[in-house]
Design a protein. Structure first.
Lengths: 334, 334
DNA sequence: TAAGCCTGTGAAAGCGGTTTCTTAGGGCGT
DNA sequence: ACGCCCTAAGAAACCGCTTTCACAGGCTTA
């Protein structure tokens, strides 16, 4: 239990017979130290089982080696594997660069929340945002010079680095596919319309209609929130107003499953009578029956891209927004 | 971009007309400061938009306010909502106590990996482990006096705090239920048998057999790894050796779904011919058709319990291992 | 051979808080 | 009134590492 006091530079320096400055140089791969001295230091480090105190190091250097991953939502969203997966991608890239990931899941809301305080307290070298509902905090932090990456497209145009999935394209492809399969009346169940991703998916859907010269009938556009229950509820409402609907594009797999559940409960067969396409190509899409056709986004790649963008910024390199392609994965439901 | 230099104690002290020591006292709720002076300090803080530098604070006080959540596996496990959910529970409790969560997902393996280095570098006040495959690092850290919590039962008996789900009881209940429904030949598809949780679930299953005086036929115990694909593969193998199996207890929902998929593909109806029960009661259990009966574990509560145990340790309070109950949720599959 | 340059190294000044040690008063007892 | 104890608040040491600055000594150049 005794919090054994760990050795410090002072001890290393003494055992190696050099100054603390030299110890620091060796431990930070400063090439200018004579190999012999460096060797002595390394031996002392080895012998004493020395581990650098990162906190002290951070204070002196101004670099903490921590990057915050901020998910602007309450913790329940973590039930959706999306965030876990994307975070894992981020984490991998950061680790390769000697950085650690600090996870924060909390509604960002105001400029005064605990997230805001934390990010401004100098404890992180940068922050990566997900599911951002507002840009105010981001803009403030940006002004303070904190390296930032946004996953998803920012609401306002600014010069913040961001990476996103091609939401528009994915939605376009899904909708187009439904129509090419003969669907005459395609509905959309959107995600949380407060996010840019949901808006872009809706745009992709509308674009298809636009090209056909039609306008989707009122009621075909159902505003959802990415949850299973909402998927069910909206589908029931949809069937009430448009019993002749023959295609549904749900903006995530969970809602798509909600739709399928309701359809099957009513004896409406999928895909014979109504075709359904989801978004995410999650595990659920693969395990469901019929297996769900879905727009795949490479979630790990998304996280990795976000991580890389952060690294680039920290190195002062140039960077461009990254938009990752999507792919339609056809299974039984459409 | 200009990394605007933030105010320090020195500035606050000057504007408030007090010493830095007093500033520190006020900002750390030391009661012994005269209300008038305290007010002056607070006003200065407010006026200057001061945010405490946590790194400096950590160095001086020896407390970083960070708790590591270590998941001993590669990042792919994050596709399983379990970890995200449990982490969110941990995070909530910690935040309420002014602590932040540092997430590390990496095979812990040796004592020399980056996780080990990080935990020994003094950057965290404590660590919470998940899916631990080995106890060596834990024991080492324990010796160094780092507060630790293990989620899941430790392999070796030691005095490390842990919280766990009643795996044994859950498995027992599931198996018992299958038999009470008339199943004569119940198979189990286990999880990664390297974890104690998987072993305990297997034990619960075996206990039911033991009580009936029988021994499960060879081949009824299928060693899995929690993945959908493995669930499918093992079920096929199972059907080959035991075509008359009439009950399957899968140690997670994903594998249960794999089993159901294979069964249905062969025209074997669930639950009429084979009853299936999963474990976790995840989203998949609710969305599948037939909906999957499953053993629910309160994952968020698990995380919260782990967080609370950590807090208790940090406060030097006593603590007991926590075992959370499970519940059988009956749906269509059994 | 003297002046000018590197180069490797040590001394020391931070980084921005926390905490111990000290001291100046104020209240109280006799 | 005098001495003692207690309290509020400042001075300064310190946490452990980084980084600037200065310096000695060896080399080059004229």
């Amino acid at each position: 239990m005794a919090p054994k006091t760990r050795p410090t530079y002072s001890v290393i320096a003494k055992t190696a017979g050099v100054s603390e400055a030299t110890v620091s140089r060796v431990l930070n791969q400063d090439e200018s130290v004579h190999p012999d001295r460096a060797k002595r230091v390394l031996e002392a480090v080895e012998k004493l089982g020395y581990k650098k105190n990162r906190v002290a190091s951070a204070l002196a250097s101004g670099r903490t080696g921590l990057i915050a991953v901020v998910i602007d939502d309450d913790l329940s969203v973590f039930a959706d594997p999306f965030y876990g997966t994307v975070t894992s991608g981020v984490s991998r890239v950061l680790m390769e660069n000697g950085l650690q990931t600090v996870l924060m899941v909390s509604p960002v809301g105001s400029l005064e929340g605990s997230v805001a305080h934390y990010l401004e307290s100098g404890e992180v070298d940068g922050a990566i945002f997900f599911a951002l509902h507002s840009d105010v905090l981001v803009n403030k932090l940006k002004k303070q010079g904190l390296p930032l990456v946004i996953t998803g497209t920012p609401h306002s145009t600014s010069d913040v680095a961001f990476v996103d999935t091609d939401n528009f394209g994915g939605a376009y492809t899904a909708t187009k596919h439904l129509i090419s399969q003969g669907c005459k009346k395609v509905a959309i169940i959107t995600g949380d319309i407060g996010t840019t991703a949901a808006k872009q998916r809706l745009d992709g859907y509308l674009q298809v209609y636009r090209e056909t010269g039609h306008v989707p009938a009122k009621g075909l556009i159902c505003e959802g929130d990415y949850s299973f229950e909402t998927g069910k509820a909206l589908t029931e409402k949809l069937l009430a107003t448009h019993p002749d609907v023959d295609g549904i594009f749900a903006c995530n797999d969970l809602m798509a499953m909600g739709a399928i559940t309701v359809l099957q409960d009513r004896g409406i067969s999928v895909p014979e009578q109504v075709r359904v396409i989801g978004f995410d190509d999650s595990m659920i899409a693969q395990t469901s029956r019929p297996a769900l056709s879905s727009i795949r986004q490479d979630v790990v790649a998304l996280g990795e891209a976000a991580g890389s963008l952060m690294i680039a910024q920290l190195n002062g390199e140039d960077f461009e927004p990254v938009i990752l392609p999507t792919e339609l994965v056809l299974r039984g439901s459409a």
